[in-house]
Design a protein around this ligand. Structure first.
Ligand SMILES: [Zn+2]
Length: 79
């Protein structure tokens, strides 16, 4: 499994923050309007699958920081 996300810029390593990109689970059929549920990659990897609310800042169960930047962009492209 590959984790995607971002790390903030900072002079010292301990000042950098990591953000993880949520996993997209698609439920729509081909040609249908996208129906997406989001999961936490960390919890998924540990077998604790659950659903995230779009835009949540942290995973409620493992508390990782989440980044929705790329997913927001994706939403705009679909408009
Ligand atoms: Zn989690």
């Amino acid at each position: 499994m590959v984790l995607e996300g971002k790390v903030t810029e900072a002079k010292y390593t301990y000042q950098r923050l990591t953000f993880i990109k949520p996993t997209e689970h698609h439920y729509e059929k081909k040609g249908e309007v996208p129906y997406i549920k989001y999961g936490c990659p960390v919890c998924d990897a540990l077998g604790n699958k659950h659903q995230l609310t779009f835009g949540e800042k942290n995973c409620g169960l493992c508390n990782v920081n989440l980044t929705w930047d790329e997913l927001w962009k994706g939403e705009k492209e679909n408009e």
